[in-house]
Ligand binder design. Structure first.
Ligand SMILES: *[C@@H]1O[C@H](CO)[C@@H](O)[C@H](O)[C@H]1NC(C)=O
Ligand SMILES: *[C@@H]1O[C@H](CO)[C@@H](O)[C@H](O)[C@H]1NC(C)=O
Ligand SMILES: *[C@@H]1O[C@H](CO)[C@@H](O)[C@H](O)[C@H]1NC(C)=O
Ligand SMILES: *[C@@H]1O[C@H](CO)[C@@H](O)[C@H](O)[C@H]1NC(C)=O
Length: 382
């Protein structure tokens, strides 16, 4: 009770200091995003083949480069600033980078993987590669923009790199990459320092190029996702009251605790940066736990998939088809109404769930410091 009171007072104090020092909304002209499928708006699709329907069916009514029926959290974030949805850096066709660029690809990890996409399913566009692309984009966009004409209408201004919001949602695949190699949870935990060292390196590089506002999502409860529960051995005693695989969620929580410490250290090391750590894990877990209260059904069952306990089959994914006697049959079928389902395809969240997550992070109630998204350019007073 006493510690809760103290926490509340600290929060109020932080807010007061913060309101006194800076009450103006941040006018982010651009967003640069780094991540995996949770925020990929077309990177993997552009490079390795399109995410086929029914991906995109709800909102875009066509494939839209997203592993989702509709929009992702990053889409709602862009929308909240009145910015258009981010073009994927790798998408050479029809992209407009005036308001930023998205370097995320589905399957990306923080650490470079030593396997190919075909071998393991993990993207070669790891965080360091995303940074190389960003860095080239930063310098080359200015050379090309100086040519004038249409390039002035496709590329950001130089000052919009330091005024940008830099968003991160990456790390989940570093954990599952280890788990899928049959590493024990302790072995995976032992890789976390190396993963976060790499994260630190990249954030410092971006800061070195003028980045100042960082919005960092932690990783979600992987132990509640069908693709993890279906693929990895779990004993009955390891299932929690919600139905999730507790040991794998513990790995995610361990990563998150260390990520939070990493962000604290980055604040010290990068004196001009505003760094917000966002506890997406708690929102996702609470959504799954209290699904019914929030208007959702069967929180552990994928909307789009093929059979089994979780409507998930590793070999017959969402949108998978077979041809029988010259007729195509859709085996990885979507459910009737994705708007009442949390999990889209066994790996990713539905648009409805993404909207729920966005609604909870936008006001800062799951952030450290507890400031709203539109204030994320203000460095917290110490
Ligand atoms: C890839 O191999 C290098 C060199 O052996 C190693 O240091 C690194 O940890 C490996 N990466 C992963 C993700 O296992
Ligand atoms: C890119 O988007 C911006 C903002 O909507 C717009 O002003 C510009 O005309 C667009 N560029 C092109 C070539 O359509
Ligand atoms: C992990 O263990 C499972 C079950 O024993 C086995 O089928 C699979 O091949 C192993 N995977 C790796 C990458 O060693
Ligand atoms: C495909 O056609 C063959 C020959 O007409 C028939 O025997 C078979 O049952 C058909 N298969 C399916 C799945 O309809």
């Amino acid at each position: 009770m006493e510690s809760q009171c103290l926490k509340l007072l600290t929060t109020i104090f932080t807010l007061l200091v913060y309101v006194a020092s800076s009450s103006t909304s941040c006018d982010f002209p651009t967003i640069f995003n780094f991540g995996d499928s949770n925020s990929d708006t077309g990177g993997l699709s552009a490079a390795f083949g399109q995410a086929q329907l029914p991906h995109g069916e709800t909102y875009f009514h066509a494939p839209a480069g997203r592993y989702c029926d509709g929009r992702l959290v990053i889409d709602f974030i862009a929308g909240s600033f009145g910015l258009p949805y981010l073009s994927a850096y790798l998408d050479a066709t029809g992209s407009n980078f005036t308001y930023g660029a998205n370097f995320a690809t589905a399957g990306s990890t923080i650490r470079p993987q030593n396997t190919t996409l075909a071998q393991s399913g993990f993207s070669p566009i790891s965080l360091n590669v995303q940074y190389y692309q960003y860095s080239q984009f930063h310098s080359r966009s200015q050379i090309v923009r100086a040519r004038g004409g249409v390039f002035r209408e496709l590329l950001p201004k130089n000052e919009d790199f330091s005024r940008a919001l830099y968003t991160f949602d990456i790390g989940q695949n570093d954990l599952t990459a280890g788990l899928f190699l049959n590493m024990s949870t302790d072995e995976v935990k032992a890789t976390v320092p190396q993963i976060l060292d790499q994260f630190t390196t990249i954030v410092k590089y971006i800061y070195g190029e003028g980045g100042r506002s960082f919005w960092i999502h932690n990783t979600g409860p992987v132990g509640c996702l069908p693709y993890v529960m279906d693929r990895l051995p779990i004993t009955a005693g390891q299932i929690d009251s919600v139905g999730c695989a507790n040991p794998f969620n513990q790995v995610a929580q361990y990563f998150n605790q260390k990520l939070k410490e990493t962000v604290v250290q980055l604040r010290k090391d990068l004196p001009l940066a505003a760094m917000t750590y966002v506890d997406v894990y708690s929102i996702k877990y609470s959504l799954i736990k209290h699904a019914r209260k929030y208007g959702f059904m069967n929180p552990l069952r994928a909307c789009c998939g093929h059979g089994g306990k979780y409507n998930y089959n590793r070999h017959i994914g969402c949108g998978a088809k077979i041809t029988v006697n010259g007729t195509q049959i859709l085996l990885g079928r979507p459910c009737e109404d994705p708007s009442v389902v949390i999990n889209w395809d066994g790996v990713h969240y539905t648009e409805a769930a993404n909207k729920f997550i966005y609604d909870n992070i936008v006001d800062g109630s799951f952030s450290d410091p507890p400031i709203p998204l539109k204030m994320a350019c203000h460095r917290q007073a110490h």
